[in-house]
Design a protein around this ligand. Structure first.
Ligand code: WTA
Length: 677
C-alpha cells in the first residue's frame, strides 16, 4: 500500500501519454563525419562483454599509470573502476591538448551586458590560468589532495578554471548552483566539511546586476551556526566597484582572487596523479528527504565515461564549437560543458544570463557569431524560445549538425519544432536521459546509428542495460509498453561512488529496493534504482514518464518536495506543508504549496507572501511555489497522513478519486473551490 501511494503522489501520476511516433533518420552528411558509425558497438558492449567493454572508454584518456583491474566489486554496491590506475583530470582536459591545439579556443564566454565582448580563452591561456589558480589554492588557501572546497560561482570562465585548478591538486570541488541561496550553500559547506568558499562579486541576469557576494556572507554565518568555520572566502571579481560598496569585505577572511593571483603570475603546478577511484567532485542533489545528498564522483571512471559519451553521443570532434546551455552548477554542466568537451579538446561555450534576454534571438545570434555546430539544451528552454520567438532561428545563419535535449520528457510537438526550426531540418537530435547520480547518459540514441523517435529517449547506451520492474519486483517483459520502475542491471564507470559521508543512505536509496542478495559481491544482484517510471516499446526504446518519488523536475531542475516543505515550516505560523507538482506549459512542472496554519493565525496574502519569500531565502528562486494555498486543514487519512495525491489532483484539475475514506472528506470540496474557483 505504501509503495502504491508513492506512485500515486509522484510526478509519474501526471506523466504524459503520447501516441507512437514516426522515426527520423540522420543525413548521409552527418553519418559521413560521425565519430561512431560502427553498428557493432552494441554487441561489443553487451552484457556478455561486461565489464571489459569499458576499456574502450578508459583508452580515450591519458594515464600516468595504467589500471590493472577494470571493475572491483569487493565492496558491493560501491563499485570501483580502473583500480590501480593513476590519472589527473586537469591534465586530460588541458595539458594534453597543448601540443596540437594550444592556440585553439577552449572556452568562449559570452557576457550578458555587452554580448559582443566575447572572451576567447585558448588552451594555452587556460593552462596558464589553471596553473596560477592551482598555485594560489595550494599556497594561499592551503588546500591539498582530498580536501573539499565549496564553489558558489555563477557562469563565467572562472568557474571551470577553478574546477580544473582543484582537479590539478586532487582537491574535491563541490560547486553549488549560483542561483541557490546562501543558506543552501551553507548546508553544502557543512555537509562536505569545506574550510574554503570560492565565490564571485556579481553577475548579470535578465538585465540586472546581481550582488552575489552577499550570499557568501549568509553562507558563512549559517555554516558557523552548524559548527563549520570557513577560514577563507575567495572572491573572483568581475565587476569591480559595482557592488562592492554594499558588500564590504571582511578583514582576514575575504580576499579578491584577482588581487591575490598577482603573487602567482607565471607559477606552474605539476598535476597530481591520483588513484582512479579518488573523488573528483561532489554534486549535491535533491532526494526524498529534506537534506540534499552529496553525490561523490570518481576521477578515472567518471572522466572516462563523460569523455566516451561526449565523443559518441554528442559527436564532439576537436574542431567543433559546442554549446550546452545548462548551468555548470548542475551535473549537465560538469559533464557536458566542462569535463567531456574539454577532455576531447573541443571549444565549449559558456554564457551569462538567460536565453530570452535581451531578446528572443539571443541564442541564435550567439550560435551564428561563434559558429556553434553542436547545441545542447533542455525542453524548458526550447518551449520558452518557441513561445517568445517561433520564427527567430530563421533570421540567423548558423548550422547545427547535432542537438541534444536533456532533463525532462520532451513533448513530440516541441521536439518537432526543435528539429524543424532550430535544427533547420538538418541537425540530428539526441534525447539523453540520465541523472546527477549517473555522471553521464543512460539512454539515448547513437546519432549516426539509431534513428530518432520524438518523445522517446531511445535504447540503453552501449554498456547500460536497463530493466523495468513492477511494484512487486517482477521484471516486465522487454518491449511490453507497460509502465514500471526503470532500473539499471549493471554498474558503469560514470556512476557515483556513494553519498558523501552516508553510505547507508546510498545503499538504502538506490539498491535496497530490488537487491537480490544483500551479502552478494556480484553486481548482478544489485540493480540500480533510478527513481523514474518508464515504458519500453517493442523497438526497445524507453520513454521516461517522470519521477516515482518525492522529487519534482522544475524547468529541468531537480527539487525535493520535502526540501520545500521543510523550508515552509521555518515560518513560525506554519503548522503543516505539502508540495505537489503541477503541470506547466513552459517549465514542465511547478511546485504548488499547501499550508495549514497553527491555531490563532489568520490566513492573509501577506502571510502567503512571507512563506514564499522564506522558501526563496532557504533554497533559491527556482523553488518559489506557483502559489501558496493557505488551507484550513489538509486532506488526511484516518491515520493522519496528508493525502498529497488528492492535493495533486486538485492542483492539476484532475479527478480526485474516492475520498470518502479520508478522515475529513469535506475539506476536499473546500480546497477544490479555493484552487479551481
Ligand atoms: C529527469 C539531469 C525525461 C528524470 C541530467 C531524472 C529526464 C531526473 C531526461 C534527473 C530525459 C533527465 N527525459 N526525463 N531526457 N533527463 N530526466 O539529477 O526524471 O538533475 O531522474 O539530472 O531528470 O535530474 P538531474
Amino acid at each position: 500500500m505504501a509503495e502504491k501511494e508513492v506512485m500515486e503522489t509522484s510526478e509519474a501520476q501526471i506523466a504524459v501519454h503520447w501516441g507512437e511516433e514516426e522515426y527520423y533518420h540522420p543525413s548521409p552528411q552527418f553519418i559521413a563525419q560521425a565519430n561512431m558509425t560502427d553498428a557493432d558497438i552494441y554487441d561489443r558492449f553487451s552484457l556478455d562483454n561486461f565489464p571489459n567493454c569499458f576499456k574502450e572508454y578508459a583508452d580515450l584518456l591519458d594515464w600516468y599509470e595504467y589500471w590493472d583491474t577494470i571493475l572491483d566489486t569487493s565492496d558491493a554496491p560501491c563499485w570501483k573502476w580502473f583500480v590501480g590506475g593513476k590519472i589527473n583530470a586537469s591534465y586530460n582536459c588541458v595539458d594534453r591538448h597543448l601540443a596540437k591545439h594550444k592556440n585553439k579556443t577552449a572556452i568562449h564566454f559570452v557576457p550578458e551586458l555587452e554580448e559582443e565582448k566575447v572572451e576567447h580563452v585558448t588552451y594555452q591561456e587556460l593552462y596558464v590560468r589553471v596553473n596560477e589558480m592551482a598555485a594560489l589554492l595550494q599556497d594561499f588557501a592551503g588546500l591539498k589532495k582530498g580536501d573539499r572546497v565549496t564553489l558558489h560561482l555563477p557562469m563565467s570562465p572562472e568557474l571551470p578554471i577553478t574546477m580544473l585548478a582543484c582537479a590539478r591538486l586532487g582537491v574535491i570541488h563541490s560547486q553549488v548552483f549560483g542561483g541557490f541561496s546562501g543558506k543552501s550553500c551553507a548546508d553544502r559547506i557543512v555537509d562536505s566539511g569545506s574550510n574554503v568558499l570560492i565565490t564571485m562579486d556579481a553577475y548579470y541576469r535578465g538585465g540586472k546586476l546581481i550582488d552575489h557576494k552577499e550570499k557568501a556572507d549568509t553562507a558563512f554565518e549559517e555554516a558557523k551556526k552548524e559548527g563549520q568555520t570557513v577560514d577563507k572566502v575567495l572572491i573572483w571579481q568581475r565587476y569591480p566597484g559595482k557592488v562592492s560598496a554594499e558588500t564590504p569585505m571582511v578583514e582576514g577572511r575575504d580576499y579578491f582572487v584577482n588581487d591575490v593571483l598577482k603573487d602567482y603570475y607565471g607559477k606552474r603546478v605539476d598535476p597530481v596523479p591520483v588513484p582512479a577511484e579518488d573523488p573528483l567532485f561532489l554534486m549535491y542533489t535533491s532526494g526524498t528527504t529534506g537534506k540534499p545528498k552529496g553525490c561523490q564522483h570518481s576521477t578515472g571512471g567518471y572522466l572516462a565515461y563523460v569523455t566516451g559519451t561526449s565523443k559518441f553521443v554528442q559527436d564532439i570532434h576537436p574542431e567543433d564549437v559546442y554549446w550546452c546551455m545548462a548551468d555548470i552548477g548542475w551535473i549537465t554542466g560538469h559533464s557536458y560543458i566542462v569535463y567531456g568537451p574539454l577532455s576531447l579538446g573541443a571549444s565549449t561555450v559558456i554564457y551569462e544570463g538567460v536565453p530570452t534576454y535581451p531578446d528572443a534571438g539571443r541564442c541564435w545570434r550567439i550560435a551564428q557569431d561563434l559558429d556553434v555546430n553542436i547545441f545542447h539544451t533542455a525542453p524548458t528552454a526550447i518551449r520558452a524560445l518557441r513561445k517568445v520567438g517561433p520564427d527567430e532561428p530563421a533570421k540567423y545563419t548558423y548550422h547545427f549538425k547535432h542537438m541534444t535535449t536533456v532533463g525532462e520528457p520532451i513533448e513530440p510537438e516541441v521536439w518537432k519544432w526543435y528539429h524543424k526550426e532550430v535544427g533547420k531540418g538538418e541537425a540530428i537530435i539526441v534525447d539523453t536521459w540520465w541523472q546527477t547520480e549517473t555522471g553521464g547518459f543512460l539512454c539515448s540514441t547513437l546519432p549516426a546509428l539509431t534513428p530518432m523517435k520524438p518523445g522517446s529517449a531511445g535504447p540503453g547506451m552501449p554498456g547500460i542495460h536497463p530493466i523495468i520492474y513492477d511494484e512487486d519486483g517482477n521484471e516486465l517483459p522487454a518491449g511490453a509498453g507497460k509502465a514500471g520502475n526503470i532500473c539499471i542491471q549493471n554498474p558503469w564507470p560514470g556512476a557515483f561512488q556513494t553519498i558523501w559521508g552516508d553510505r547507508d543512505r546510498f545503499v538504502t536509496n538506490y539498491y535496497e529496493r530490488y537487491c537480490k542478495n544483500p551479502d552478494s559481491k556480484d553486481w548482478r544482484d544489485w540493480p540500480y534504482l533510478t527513481g523514474d517510471a518508464a515504458t519500453q516499446a517493442e523497438d526497445g526504446y524507453y520513454r521516461i514518464l517522470g519521477r516515482i518519488d518525492d522529487v519534482i523536475n522544475v524547468s529541468g531542475h531537480r527539487l525535493g518536495t520535502k526540501e520545500i516543505e521543510s523550508a515552509a515550516l521555518v515560518v513560525p505560523e506554519v503548522a503543516e506543508a505539502a508540495v505537489v507538482p503541477v503541470a506547466h506549459d513552459i517549465k514542465g512542472k511547478e511546485p504548488d504549496l499547501y499550508v495549514s496554519l497553527k491555531p490563532g493565525f489568520e490566513a492573509t496574502d501577506e502571510l502567503a507572501a512571507k512563506v514564499s519569500k522564506t522558501i526563496v531565502d532557504e533554497i533559491g528562486a527556482i523553488a518559489r511555489p506557483r502559489k501558496v494555498w493557505l488551507v484550513s486543514d489538509m486532506p488526511k487519512t484516518r491515520s493522519g497522513k496528508i493525502m498529497r495525491r488528492v492535493l495533486g489532483a486538485i492542483s492539476n484539475k484532475a479527478d480526485v478519486g474516492d475520498v470518502m475514506t479520508l478522515a475529513n472528506p469535506e475539506i476536499v470540496e473546500e480546497i477544490t473551490k479555493m484552487v479551481q474557483g
